[in-house]
Ligand binder design. Structure first.
Ligand code: TYD
Length: 213
């Protein structure tokens, strides 16, 4: 039986990393063979592309070039890691995935969303998340939470966080819009809830899968 593919999305400071760690631990205690990964990155090639994308001045990349770099990283991740894992019956959790490109490069960056979907269809090898969780947060709160990371001098991967509040508001609206369009796959959870409650809401969606694994 094929594994399950879960993606976690959200704006800056929405707590994706903490949630993913908890989910991983919980699935492992249910004896599920699970792999966690992230985008951009997740493979040697993808991590190199991540460096190109996340460092340097905000205006470093044209939005379409940015999208194509993300898709190059994504294709490597699908072929080298996600597809083989799912085919082997493992579960995969990915910190951000293709919906981030729809929202960041599409809704906020102005790249044609049908084009982004078309490119995804061409590179995806039929891989599609079984469930996507959007951790929804007011960007004023999210950016304040993320500001610790921004003032950490050892962290130079802040090209996106440095964009304006208006931009981050667009990101939030974009995520809510795609969730509305595809309610079967998306689950929106307020990132302002207590971490325990966020986790419980996520598990409510996933628990039925544990019985059929
Ligand atoms: P990351 O350090 O992972 O930030 P976060 O903790 O917020 O996930 O950096 C990823 C950044 O890359 C994030 O600001 C969003 C951006 N991004 C895109 O613009 N498009 C994409 O398709 C992906 C995967 C990420």
């Amino acid at each position: 039986m094929k594994g399950r593919f879960i993606t976690i999305e959200g704006g800056e400071g929405s707590g994706k990393t903490t949630l993913i760690q908890k989910l991983k631990a919980s699935l492992e205690s249910n004896r599920i063979d699970i792999i966690t990964t992230r985008e951009p990155g997740g493979t040697e090639q993808g991590e190199q592309i991540r460096q190109l994308l996340l460092k340097g001045p905000t205006i470093r990349w044209d939005a379409l070039s940015e999208a194509l770099l993300l898709f190059a990283s994504r294709r490597q991740l699908i072929i080298n890691l996600i597809k083989p894992a799912l085919d082997a019956g493992k579960w995969v959790i990915c910190d951000r995935f293709f919906d981030s490109t729809v929202v960041y490069q599409g809704y906020a960056g102005g790249i044609s969303i049908p084009l982004i979907r078309q490119i995804y269809a061409a590179i995806s090898e039929g891989v599609m998340p079984d469930a996507t969780f959007i951790l929804d947060i007011d960007p004023v709160i999210g950016l304040a939470r993320a500001s610790k990371r921004l003032t950490d001098e050892s962290n130079d991967e802040i090209r996106f966080e440095n964009k304006s509040l208006e931009y981050h508001q667009k990101i939030r609206d974009g995520f809510l819009k795609i969730a509305e369009e595809e309610p079967n796959r998306f689950n929106v959870i307020s990132a302002e809830l207590m971490p325990e409650e966020i986790f419980l809401r996520l598990m409510r969606v996933i628990e039925p899968w544990l019985k059929t694994k």
